[in-house]
Ligand binder design. Sequence first.
Ligand SMILES: *Cc1c(COP(=O)(O)O)cnc(C)c1O
Length: 465
Amino acid sequence: MSNIKNDLALFNELVEVLISEEAENPVAERIVAGKLFNTIDLSLNDGAMIDSSFKKLLREVIVATPKTATNLFFNQLFGGRQSKAVLGDLLAVMLNNSMYTYKVAGPQVGIEQEIIRQSCNLIGYGANSNGTFPTGGSMSNYMGLIMGRDAKDPLCRLNGMSKPLIIYTSEECHYSNAKNASFAGIGKNNIRYIKVDAVGRMLPDFLEAQIKEDIKNGGVPTYVNATAGTTVLGAFDPIDKIADITERYNIWLHVDGAYCGSVIFSEKYKHLVKGVERSNSFSYNAHKMLGTPLTCSIILVNDKKHLHNSFSSDADYLYQTDGDDFNLGKTSFQCGRRNDALKFWTLWKSIGTKGLEQIVDQQFNLANVALEYIRNNSDYTLYSFDDAISVCFNYKNIDPTVLCTALYEYQETVVGFGSFKEDTFVRLVTINANNEKVDILNFFKVLEAFVEKTPSLTRLEAATV
Ligand SMILES: *Cc1c(COP(=O)(O)O)cnc(C)c1O
């Protein structure tokens, strides 16, 4: 039966279980996928379940679920937990507004608008800028692409595509670019993947040469995606140099800052996105560097008319009216839309812009701890570079795919691997700003102790070379 007070009491009880589990077993015991349904009773049945069994089962599920907030989780581009953001998200669930109109969302609309306005100010977009909260970074990129497409070929919205549109991104970009090209009707074969330099940044000269080549062949260069924090290395494409080119050829410039666009909050690191004010759109994920719960992605648009032209289903945008600015459904992809703004606002409001800056800077501090450790230890080979929170390395020539899998299977730590050019390596992501120096050093200690007690790892390497 539905009884919110009882269920919230149960929630608190279960959260206590989770928090003590995180302390005692920071890496959850892995259930092999093939055995999942035999290990936990996940079946849905005709009959109701009695409360005590229900509680017991929930506890079991919680204990077995991978723990992403602990100091041994380094696997992906999120991790840790900012408690003030968790508070905001829990409130959003209780309030359960849909963000399309002022009528049903009220002040929540203002909360979303304030985040967008402040973010636009931070990156130097002018008075005509605006934005929205899509479902994630992939969707932010998709919205950027659609606006770029429509800007180049406005009739596309009515007649479908009539020009051979071509889009550009680096070899190291996120895979959503490829999916989005197919969704947008542009086609995966009409993406040009531009070469990167030795540290993973797009090479502007190659971009321009490719654009010229495409124009010569009758193509229509439409959209360039620059990445602020590539998914593997965390590299930053040179936005200023790319903007010189997109301005010259009148091409939409989108900056995908899903991973590291949050450097805009840091005095020390915002130079990594220098020139971002010249882009047409920019997106960042607060659920990555800023540690809000998943998902919290923001796309900002330099001239809001594009947001209206591409996403409003009625007449083209003419004038700013109060109505349009408060009825956010006019510029979003979805109809019903979850409130992803409140959790970011509670965080930002409570710790201030300075607090967000500290969160960002701490991740680079932690990366520097890892870099220094690796550079001073000859058992390690380093593959990543300064000014990145992805720290990539190999240890004692052990196959990184084998090592990462074993570390996870034996509940030691959760870390992933990646590749750049010819090399594959362990990728340690120092994105959990709640970690401290000791946590990073502990990661290496855990890894080394595991290799020490698992001779098969080194033997396996010896057998493969
Ligand atoms: C994570 C990431 C994305 C995708 O964001 P989602 O919210 O996971 O969809 C896009 N681009 C880059 C560079 C990313 O790192």
